[in-house]
Design a protein around this ligand. Sequence first.
Ligand code: G3I
Length: 516
Amino acid sequence: MTHRTITLLTALLVSLLLPATTVAEDYPPTGPRLKSLADLVDFDIGYASRYNFREQANATLYEQIVKAEFNIVTPENSVKWENVHPDRNRYDFQDMDDLVTFAQQQNMVLHGHPLLWYNQNPAWLDTLAPAEVEAAMVDHIQTVVGRYKNSIAIWDVVNEGLEDTANGGGLRDNIWLQAMGEAYIVKAFEEARRADPDAILVYNDYDVGTLTQKSQEMYDRVSGWVAAGVPIDAVGLQMHVTANFTQYEEFSDNMQRYVDLGLDVYITEFDVKALSVEDYIPQADVYEGVLRRCLAEPRCQAFQIWGIDDLNSWQPFFDPLPFDDEFKIKPAYYGMQRALSTRVLNLEQGAELVGFSVEAGALRRTADEAWVSLPDVDLTPNFQRMTLRYAAATAGNTVELRAGSIGGAVLKSIELPATGTASSYAVVEAEFDSAGESPNLVVVANTDDAATSALSLDWIQFSAPTISLVGSGNGTGSGSGSVGWLTLGNLTLWALLVAGTRRRCRRGNSQSRSDS
Ligand code: G3I
């Protein structure tokens, strides 16, 4: 079955079955499973697995859900020192081994978490002299990473090594820093690389997803490690956010600067605080909006939620997850389903660029005549919702989507409000009718005159047309909130096959991503 057919069939499923959800409902949800949508675009959608997950109330339903919905898994607690290295000369791999077996049976990618942290360490560590601490760290990393060398593909090597800004910032005090200084971080990455040269090595932290003082400090330190040749492959942005999250442009800009360092990005512990049921609609929009931004960034490799059900969340009082206390489906689930049903065109991956240069993962206009041709973009919708991310110093710019060639039919012309500079990004949304199948899409940037030419185009994200029944848009998602969405009007399916690549980390069967 060709990729195109699969996409068409999935789009049919999406367009015919997407639900209108107004209340929590029993599993399974309507519409496609998250994993089936993610696999179509070679993306990792995951969760954090509970310690002893088989020994819990609702164990059968829990297992049914995680098997059906996710293709990557992180142990929430199983491989933290207090559980896996409880005594100086004793390791206990039972729970982690069980999760590895389960994940391999389900063909899930395993994301190890963490090798070093300031928290959940066993008491015996505090009894060691500094030199013994380094030896214990080396032994732990070599033993644990070595044991899972052919199974755990990604490791959070150092977790939360930075102090909160409110506490003065800098490196967070912990037993590793006391014993070795900042060098502990470099040593940890070097030991992890030595133990498993193929693993993706991550620095993971929280409150660093948008442009904050702490995220700036993290970026500065990570840049230094990269410049010094520290074997770091990616950053983990935990993204424990709130239902009133709106900093989507900062989030995209933050990801881009790590990509510019040559790093991948993982959304490692996503959840969204809701203060009441009334927050479930904006909560769903934030799930959709952040996931859409990750999908729009070719090197955002995975989006992982920190647990699946509110009752067993680390912060249960905030109902932060897509399943409620009784494992009923919340609107946030459908936010992820909507996001995973989008397709993105990263314009810098266009086959032919005229009047544009590629800068920081986007197209920067360099001449009055500016257009980009994208091959294999197969739009066959009757009408289509699109979100364009751009930056325009002044008003006077429009973008046209043309079918097939520079002289092709104009599918849509969109006015771009000024954003202030050619690197201050915003999104503009539009719906448009396509003239049917067009093997190429040409995106043309028109300007009133040379004076208005400071313009950047980042990406276009296509989503199914929606009728927003409740909930205000977040400027990034479909704006249909948690009521879900109905694709009204002509339900014929639409599909978008786009060229493009994204590296994906699958142990043993590395594959180039087939989307842009
Ligand atoms: O397993 C024991 C159980 O036997 C005992 O009866 C019970 C009561 O004491 O405790 C259970 O262990 C708890 C464990 O979660 C499993 O539920 C620990 O006390 C408790 O401290 C631990 O909390 C974890 C927390 O990290 C520790 O700070 C959460 O589950 C876990 O979700 C949370 O995850 C962290 C990430 O690792 C790093 N980023 C932040 C995130 C949230 O804090």
